[in-house]
Design a protein around this ligand. Structure first.
Ligand SMILES: [Zn+2]
Ligand SMILES: [Zn+2]
Length: 123
C-alpha cells in the first residue's frame, strides 16, 4: 500500500524556523529579538577582536559582509566563541566580518555575535 502522509509544520514568525509542534513554534516566537543597531549592515567597518591563527596576531578592524538573523541562539557557537551569558532566550543576529591580515595578506572571515562588535568610530 502506498500511503501519503501529510505532516503539519509550524513556523516561528520571528525567525522562520520549522517545528513539529505548535507549542515549540510558539515558544520560539515568544523569545525577544536582539536589537539590531543601525551600524550593523553589510559594508560597515567594525571593531572587535579578530585573531589570525596563521600569523598569531590579533586585529581590531574588519568589515561586515553578511548579517544573518533573527535566528535561534546557536548553542555550540555561542558556547565556544561568544561566551556571553543570558543570550539563549533570544533570537539573535550573527554577522560575518572580513578582516584583512596585513602580515599574511589573507582575508580572514569571522562569524561574530553582535555584542562582540562595535562600530568603527575613527572618523
Ligand atoms: Zn523563532
Ligand atoms: Zn595573518
Amino acid at each position: 500500500m502506498v500511503r501519503s502522509v501529510t505532516t503539519e509544520h509550524f513556523y516561528c514568525d520571528a525567525c522562520d524556523s520549522k517545528y513539529e509542534t505548535e507549542k515549540q513554534a510558539t515558544e520560539c516566537e515568544n523569545k525577544p529579538v536582539e536589537d539590531l543597531p543601525k551600524w550593523a549592515v553589510v559594508g560597515k567597518e567594525v571593531t572587535g577582536f579578530f585573531y589570525c591563527h596563521f600569523c598569531r596576531v590579533g586585529h581590531t578592524v574588519g568589515k561586515i559582509v553578511r548579517v544573518y538573523g533573527p535566528t535561534p541562539f546557536d548553542d555550540q557557537f555561542e558556547h565556544t566563541q561568544v561566551q556571553i551569558p543570558r543570550r539563549n532566550d533570544l533570537h539573535v543576529y550573527y554577522l560575518w566580518v572580513i578582516v584583512p591580515c596585513g602580515s599574511c595578506k589573507r582575508n580572514l572571515e569571522f562569524r561574530m555575535a553582535l555584542p562582540q562588535l562595535k562600530p568603527n568610530k575613527r572618523f
